[in-house]
Design a protein around this ligand. Structure first.
Ligand code: TXA
Ligand code: MG
Length: 316
């Protein structure tokens, strides 16, 4: 059921059921972080392997030390600066934190999400909520309540409707158990993080830390997706074959486009592009095309997180 009833959502969590919740990044599939049965329902609903850890969503800074140990200065600085916001911190976990949440690891991922409804839900519920993105494992993350209903409607007791997500792609993940390292790019950039910590933050190169997004294909629609620099060349091939093709390009739709080709123009602003990306992929996926062709995005820092998601979505 799609609803805006916070009390109902909080009650569902208390009863050990799953509640989908809006965040500024993507919708999450929430469960009571202290209830092992509820946590296992999250893995079952998503079809997610048990060794892929879940993010713990908290409602205020005081709750941070209920979940993490040996919290370094850099973590407090980042938390104070960016929370509530699209940043997840990986810290040493307290012994009391279930290994069901952490995929057997000694670290835990934590964030305060920035969405008024979910902040109210966290307050009403009074405790932390575990929440991966509310999509089937490996599929495109949801950015509206309807996306969640399409993927997981049967598994959740309610979907809290907070409208379309503002950022549109998942949080930046920074591990702070050793030197700060970015495990997943997001719209908070390495430069922004470095400025707040006061020294450079490296991007994942060789690390033994496991992240679900590092495995094979991820964030992928069902239709094969191809990235290319010159969309026109491939468009020509499809024009002659007659097979149905969807194109997402920075260019305007050309004149005389053959009927078997659907053309969509993408924003050249990375903030808008990120906001629209998953909804666009879901829409194009419904057209029953042979291929979705995406024009490669600029090789610039502001496009880093988008590049990362497109590379995963087109992996095959
Ligand atoms: O924006 C987001 O982060 C959204 C919203 C709902 O908060 N959540 C999200 O969750 O993207 P999920 O489960 O789809 O992706 C979380 C990522 C996974 O790649 C997971 O492996 C990683 O966070 N992660 C969680 N805990 C971790 C840990 N202890 N160590 C390393 N990676 C961790
Ligand atoms: Mg996910």
């Amino acid at each position: 059921m799609i609803t805006q009833d916070i009390k109902l959502a909080a009650q569902s969590l208390v009863s050990g059921n799953l509640v989908a919740f809006p965040t500024e990044t993507v919708y999450g599939l929430g469960a009571d972080a202290r209830n092992p049965v509820a946590i296992s329902k999250v893995f079952a609903a998503k079809g997610r392997p048990a060794d892929h850890p879940l993010i713990v969503h908290i409602g205020n800074l005081e709750q941070l030390s209920e979940w993490a140990l040996e919290i370094p200065d850099s973590a407090w600085k980042l938390a104070r600066h960016f929370w509530p916001g699209p940043l997840t911190l990986i810290l040493r976990k307290r012994p009391s934190v279930s290994k069901l949440i952490t995929g057997g690891q000694d670290t835990v991922g934590i964030r305060i999400p920035n969405h008024p409804l979910t902040l109210k839900l966290l307050q009403e519920f009074g405790a932390a909520i575990v929440g991966p993105s509310a999509n089937k494992y490996g599929h495109v993350s949801p950015t509206t309540a309807q996306h969640v209903a399409d993927d997981l409607g049967a598994s959740v007791s309610c979907i809290l409707d907070g409208g379309a997500c503002q950022v549109g792609i998942e949080s930046t993940i920074v591990a702070l158990t050793e030197e700060p390292i970015i495990l997943r790019a997001g719209m908070i950039s390495p430069t922004q993080l470095s400025q707040v910590i006061g020294h450079p933050v490296s991007t994942r190169a060789q690390t033994t830390i496991r992240t679900a997004g590092m495995h094979a294909s991820h964030y992928a629609p069902n239709t094969p997706l191809q990235l290319c620099d010159n969309v026109f060349a491939t468009t020509q091939q499809f024009a002659t074959s007659g097979q149905k093709l969807a194109v997402l390009s920075f260019d305007e739709q050309p004149n005389n486009l053959p009927k078997n080709i659907v053309w969509q123009q993408a924003s050249s602003d990375p903030v808008v592009y990120a906001h629209d990306l998953y909804a666009t992929l879901r829409n194009l996926d419904q057209l029953d095309c042979e291929l979705i062709l995406l024009q490669q995005v600029p090789n610039e820092p502001a496009w880093l997180a988008i590049q990362d998601r497109l590379a995963r979505a087109s992996y095959n």
